[in-house]
Ligand binder design. Structure first.
Ligand code: ZN
Length: 444
């Protein structure tokens, strides 16, 4: 087998293809990918054989549901059996160019190897909508080692001619001082950390909104799509727009928001998107909420078909975004993770819905904690939040408690107990690790 065809990724026209042409392009790339997976990887040959499926059975993108799913647990087991990268590696060792790994929060990290061909595609995808140029300064707040997103962002920004400043190892105060002194045009980091920086900057008497920053990108978590979070970030950083990026180590890149919409625009020439019922695996129609399943259409390094991402979203029902984009869009961004869903009194609750309620109230800090306790059959929910001002009177705290209780009822349709704490009581993100916001103390 002589590998996959060469594709042109840089061309911005692929984001504007009419539905029938996009369908044709995806079908052709899927056929090539399925043949490649079967011929060049033991992992996929075994999966196809076990399912009684031959590569010739896949004619178009509509045949996707015939292909078996693949999960992170399968990749972990395969990498253990065939170290270091598993038997789903298609690219030869002489083509390997970049290394990354998942964070390892759910078991052993999945290792990623990226061929020179695929890495060029990643950078070309970033260049399709250039967001920086010569003279720009970009500060990348998070760590970079082993992370595919920040590395791709750094290299593509540099390739566009910007000065890239990697600040991942500095503490929060040093980062703020650096931003104050350098006056960057672009800043990128996780939404919760960008919010935390606003608090610390206030303590340092630095007004980040006055520094002339042009663009703030939220990466690694879908916070930029949450109305309350986005408004706080826009005000605090003094920008018109928060860009929201989406990708994962296993398949990269996927997409991001645009100036007109918080929906995630998936690069549909590179990846096919399905939404399935997380329990049954049945394909769901646009507009229905379920698990995001991604098929890589171009990558030759570790090709994945029908990868269960554990992310929850729904596909937009309209044909195109106001920006002209015609590919798959995840409406209103990622809504949560299958693993973070709280099963509470017969309903699924996303922590992001609690977050939205908290961050809509301007007199609260952005931090919160959800505690579930009691018997499994009849659990109780307590939401802890913090007043923004330390000197509130008892009746002002009582009023905040009532307002948050009502906002929660509106957002998650559950009556939760509410506790209003003094500012600075709850744990803060440090820009490296995600903080645990859900504490489940249920008796099982
Ligand atoms: Zn758009």
């Amino acid at each position: 087998m002589d590998g996959l065809p060469r594709y042109l990724i840089l061309d911005p026209k692929v984001d504007r293809l009419p539905a029938s042409m996009l369908q044709e392009l995806q079908s052709a790339r899927l056929r090539a990918m399925v043949r490649y997976c079967y011929a060049d990887t033991l992992f996929w040959r075994r999966k196809f054989d076990a399912a009684g499926l031959r590569p010739e059975d896949i004619h178009s993108i509509d045949d996707l549901p015939r292909i078996p799913f693949c999960t992170k647990a399968e990749l972990q087991a395969d990498q253990q059996a065939y170290p270091p990268f598993g038997s789903y590696v298609g690219a030869q060792r002489t083509h390997w160019a970049r290394y990354a790994a998942t964070s390892g929060t759910t078991g052993q990290p999945v290792r990623r190897v990226i061929s020179a061909r695929d890495w060029r595609y990643v950078l070309d995808r970033f260049r399709r909508n250039p967001r920086a140029g010569p003279g720009d300064i970009a500060v990348v707040l998070g760590p970079v080692d082993g992370l595919v997103g920040p590395n791709a962002s750094n290299e593509s920004l540099a390739a566009m001619g910007a000065l890239v400043v990697q600040a991942g190892l500095y503490d929060t105060r040093t980062k703020i001082k650096l931003i104050h002194d350098l006056r960057p045009n672009l800043v990128s980091g996780a939404a919760s950390y960008l919010l935390h920086m606003l608090e610390v900057a206030q303590e340092m008497k630095i007004d980040l909104a006055s520094l002339g920053i042009r663009s703030v990108s939220s990466v690694g978590e879908p916070g930029g799509a949450n109305d309350g979070t986005r408004e706080r970030l826009k005000r605090g950083w003094g920008v018109q727009h928060i860009a929201d990026g989406y990708g994962m180590t296993e398949i990269f890149p996927l997409g991001g928001s645009c100036l007109h919409s918080t929906s995630i625009h998936i690069a549909s020439d590179m990846a096919a998107t399905e939404i399935v019922d997380p329990e049954t695996g049945a394909t769901l129609a646009p507009g229905e909420t379920g698990e995001v399943v991604i098929t890589n259409l171009v990558g030759d390094s570790q090709p994945l078909l029908r990868y269960r991402t554990r992310d929850i979203a729904r596909l937009a029902t309209s044909e195109a975004c106001a920006c002209g984009f015609t590919g798959s869009r995840l409406e209103g961004s990622i809504l949560g993770r299958v693993d973070d869903m709280i099963w509470f009194r017969g309903a699924n609750i996303f922590p992001s819905a609690v977050e939205a309620a908290v961050r809509r109230i301007a007199e609260l800090t952005p931090e919160y904690q959800i505690e579930i306790s009691g018997e499994s059959a009849l659990p109780k929910m307590l939401v802890r939040a913090e007043a923004l001002r330390p000197d509130l009177r008892a009746e002002e705290i009582a009023s905040l408690r009532t307002r948050l209780g009502e906002a929660l009822k509106d957002s998650i349709r559950v009556t939760a107990a509410v506790e209003i704490l003094a500012p600075g009581t709850l744990p803060r993100p440090d820009g490296r690790k995600k903080i645990q916001r859900v504490v489940d103390k249920r008796v099982r």
